[in-house]
Write a protein that binds this ligand. Structure first.
Ligand SMILES: Nc1nc2c(ncn2[C@@H]2O[C@H](COP(=O)(O)OP(=O)(O)OP(=O)(O)O)[C@@H](O)[C@H]2O)c(=O)[nH]1
Ligand SMILES: C[S@@+](CC[C@H](N)C(=O)[O-])C[C@H]1O[C@@H](n2cnc3c(N)ncnc32)[C@H](O)[C@@H]1O
Ligand code: SF4
Ligand code: SF4
Length: 308
């Protein structure tokens, strides 16, 4: 049985940031809500221990993220250590190292992968990510579909940059047998009035209406109640999921994630900045499993929907 927070939301998965390091420089990156650069990364043993403890409290799904999780040299060891405790182990990556890592990651126990792919045009891709790596990522995706399932593509849609590529990306996902996630730009409340956010925010609601008209089938996920649209294309039916978090009370009411920062703190919400609960110091000071369970329960108690 999972634990529930004060708002009746079950906590069924952990989203673990393995590092804040990254080999890309995406200008819009929210850094998983980690505002200060932390060098103090958890070791594979520490990550395993917190996942083992969480798994006893009903958490059976783990998402590995970053920064860029594949820049950690011990990434295969981390995957190998966590897998025995979870049913669904996935990773979100920029894809730059997937060509060499897809097979070993799958062998180590990774079930599935999400690969960020914001454009199919090399110059736009470089503008968004700061690196000239589109080809490496495309090769990585080709390799990933051989060993991991499903492979999802993350496209964060931004005004004036890639909004014109949505339908090409839908074709591309059908062609490659991947699932496309169309993601609206996200930022905390206080940033929504900035010139930056106004310049790049591209609302996905109208796109969803068009998807609704074209879909042969529509499904809804439990997590965030995200909708999935099945869209016919020349290459078969594409599966398109829409991640529209901003000002979305339904999304937050169905949030089942607890976050873990790379330096060993529970974080209750991506967009909050007052919600960190340190467990790594306690762990390093000899805390027992029972004491760590208490810290985890305290974090769950602090959870609140951001948009409500
Ligand atoms: N506001 C908010 N955004 C989220 C949350 N989880 C994921 N996102 C955003 O959703 C986008 C996709 O995230 P991924 O790391 O690919 O993971 P996911 O799609 O949530 O997870 P799966 O579909 O289970 O693989 C990213 O832009 C995330 O920032 C969340 O709990 N809250
Ligand atoms: C922070 S990244 C970490 C994992 C990995 N480095 C990557 O880029 O896939 C996780 C996901 O969040 C997305 N993302 C980052 N900043 C965002 C923002 N401000 N709004 C919406 N999505 C964002 C990225 O595009 C990526 O798909
Ligand atoms: S690759 Fe991921 S972590 Fe790195 S800057 Fe881009 S979005 Fe952020
Ligand atoms: S409460 Fe809302 S904004 Fe915060 S992590 Fe959950 S879904 Fe995201």
């Amino acid at each position: 049985m999972p634990l529930y927070d004060r708002f009746g939301r079950p906590v069924t998965n952990l989203r673990i940031s393995l590092t804040q390091e990254c080999n890309f420089r995406c200008f819009f990156c929210h850094r998983e809500g980690q505002r200060f650069l932390a060098k103090n990364e958890m070791t594979p043993e520490e990550i395993e221990r917190i996942v083992r403890i969480a798994s006893r409290l009903g958490i059976r799904k783990v998402k590995l993220t970053g920064g860029e999780p594949t820049v950690r040299e011990d990434i295969l060891e981390i995957v190998r250590r966590i897998k025995p405790y979870v049913i669904d182990l996935s990773m979100t990556t920029n894809g730059s190292r997937l060509k060499e890592l897809a097979k070993p990651l799958a062998k180590a126990g990774l079930n599935r992968v999400n690969v960020s792919l914001h454009s199919l045009k090399p110059e736009v891709y470089k503008k968004i990510t700061g690196v000239d790596a589109l080809n490496d990522v495309l090769e990585g995706i080709e390799e990933a579909v051989k060993y991991l399932s499903p492979v999802k593509l993350n496209m964060t849609v931004m005004k004036g940059l890639n909004e014109g590529e949505i339908w090409d990306m839908i074709d591309f996902s059908a062609k490659t047998g991947t699932i496309l996630q169309l993601i609206e730009l996200e930022a905390p409340r206080e940033m929504t009035e900035t010139a930056f956010f106004r310049k790049y925010f591209y609302p996905l609601k109208p796109v969803e209406r068009e998807l609704e008209r074209k879909a042969v089938e529509i499904r809804e996920r439990t997590m965030h109640r995200r909708r999935k649209y099945f869209i016919p294309t020349d290459y078969g039916v594409a599966e398109v999921e829409v991640v529209r978090a901003m000002h979305n009370t339904v999304f937050c009411a169905n949030c089942t994630r607890l976050r873990v920062t790379s330096d060993g703190k529970f974080k209750t919400c991506l967009l909050r900045n007052d919600d960190l609960i340190d467990f790594l110091s306690a762990m390093r000071n000899g805390a027992s499993d029972a004491e760590l369970v208490d810290i985890l329960k305290r974090a769950i108690f602090m959870r609140e929907p951001y948009w409500k």
